[in-house]
Ligand binder design. Structure first.
Ligand code: SF4
Length: 166
């Protein structure tokens, strides 16, 4: 199985109640190789919810106790993001997941960039908290923006081969 951010698979779990449905990923959904995850829902945050950002830190830094995350109202949401990431890791370990495709820029799922914490649209290099935790445990993490049809088909082939009985 390949972990995929639930919002990319059309689940209405985004902070504003919407989705980030990704047409290419959806073309392969019926193969049954995607496992939808939403770290922020797993942390029992509601939908909709105020948007959250990492405050001039990366997800990796947050995991070692540096800095914080806040929502647009100024509420410290650090513990929610860490709790959600830990639940995603637990699922990944349970299902022996090797690969994840996560939503770019999210404070949980971002792979290459995350917002800066100023709620002004600017981004900084770095992973979200769940992406960083999965990476630290040896799971390959891709952004939906990395995907080409060839790469996605390769990831699906590798996943199928890994599950084939020897
Ligand atoms: S936490 Fe991840 S899966 Fe959930 S809505 Fe945000 S980007 Fe999508």
């Amino acid at each position: 199985m390949i972990l995929v951010s639930a919002c990319l698979l059309g689940h209405r779990v985004k902070y504003d109640g919407g989705t980030n449905t990704h047409d290419l990923i959806m073309q392969y959904h019926e193969r049954g190789q995607f496992l939808a995850i939403c770290p922020e829902c797993f942390a029992l945050l509601p939908v909709p919810r105020p948007p959250m950002e990492l405050c001039h830190v990366t997800g990796a830094a947050l995991l070692v106790g540096k800095g914080k995350a806040v929502d647009r109202n100024g509420l410290d949401t650090t513990e929610y993001l860490i709790a959600g990431a830990q639940k995603v890791l637990k699922i990944a370990e349970t299902y022996e997941i090797r690969t994840a495709i996560l939503k770019e820029s999210s404070p949980s799922c971002g792979v290459h960039v995350v917002h800066t914490g100023d709620f002004d649209g600017r981004k900084q290099p770095g992973m979200g908290v769940a992406a960083a935790l999965l990476t630290a445990h040896g799971i390959r993490v891709y952004s939906e923006e990395d995907l080409t049809q060839a790469l996605l088909e390769q990831l699906l082939r590798e996943d199928a081969a890994a599950r084939r009985p020897s």
